[in-house]
Design a protein. Structure first.
Length: 279
């Protein structure tokens, strides 16, 4: 699933391509929006909140979308060949010589701009909010510490705590803190967690490569995430990968990488099936 920085970058790219332009053609290939035509509307900008995008049009209309696991927004020119099959296209927006296509985008909805909070008001502070302040940080810390016995990895994925962290950053944050993702929230510094999460997302918000090590070379970008074959980037030890996500508020279990040597704390008992996943 795209992390908050991926969604942020997608929003900035689309905004740069369309903001201030008048739509000359729109094509909505979604049952609820099939008859919608926004031709003539001006694109005012694109707002991102965690993993949600809002395309804003004049005078007071927003198109909401969520990328889920496989969605993307692609910028091209009218008449050019698409990178993805046409049957995956859900939205086509054209303005002059620019065409923006939403492939496999989900939860599409048109709503008044003033009502955007109806869809994202339940979320915690957006880690990439341009207006981020001490108050945002305090809210995120309070939400994180509200359930001290909760597993840190599950709390990090809870968008109601802070919006933007996905499975990659969950694993990497826990590694950098030196604890396993199954460590109770009460055993870490909540303020340190929030600041580290924001630091990592900010570092990657304006580039396609996601690196938590500071190295952009392929195979050297992460400490533990998806490094099953390479091992821990710090010590070279074999990694363990176990599913985490039996929490009632979680949608599905997610594979979780960690280094038994560099990270301390509770972890599931190794299963015979998981032993196949180590280097």
């Amino acid at each position: 699933m795209p992390e908050g920085d991926t969604v942020f970058l997608a929003g900035r790219k689309v905004e740069k391509a369309l903001a201030g332009r008048v739509l000359t053609r729109t094509d909505f290939r979604h049952p609820a929006l099939a008859t919608t035509d926004l031709t003539g509307a001006t694109v005012l900008g694109v707002r991102t909140v965690g993993k949600h995008l809002f395309f804003r049009f004049s005078p007071d209309l927003s198109l909401h979308s969520h990328l889920k696991m496989d969605g993307s927004w692609e910028i091209t020119r009218p008449g050019s060949r698409w990178r993805h099959p046409a049957h995956h296209a859900r939205v086509v927006l054209e303005a002059g010589g620019v065409q923006v296509v939403g492939f496999r985008v989900h939860d599409l909805e048109l709503l008044p701009t003033a009502e955007e909070s109806r869809l994202v008001g339940h979320l915690g502070p957006d880690l990439l909010d341009p207006q981020w302040s001490d108050e945002h940080e305090a809210r995120a810390v309070a939400a994180l510490e509200r359930e001290p016995g909760r597993e840190l990895g599950l709390a990090l994925l809870d968008q109601r705590v802070m919006a933007g962290v996905g499975n990659l950053y969950k694993c990497e944050i826990c590694f950098l803190l030196g604890v396993t993702p199954w460590t109770p929230v009460s055993e870490v510094d909540g303020r340190q967690v929030v600041r580290l999460a924001r630091k990592l997302l900010l570092a990657n918000a304006w580039r396609h490569e996601q690196s938590t090590t500071g190295d952009l070379a392929r195979g050297r970008r992460n400490w533990v995430y998806e490094r099953t074959r390479q091992g821990c980037f710090r010590c070279g030890s074999r990694l363990r990968v176990e599913n985490q996500g039996r929490d009632p508020g979680d949608v599905q279990a997610r594979p979780t990488w960690f280094c038994p040597r560099c990270q301390h704390g509770p972890a599931p008992q190794p299963r015979s099936s998981s032993l196949k996943n180590v280097r």
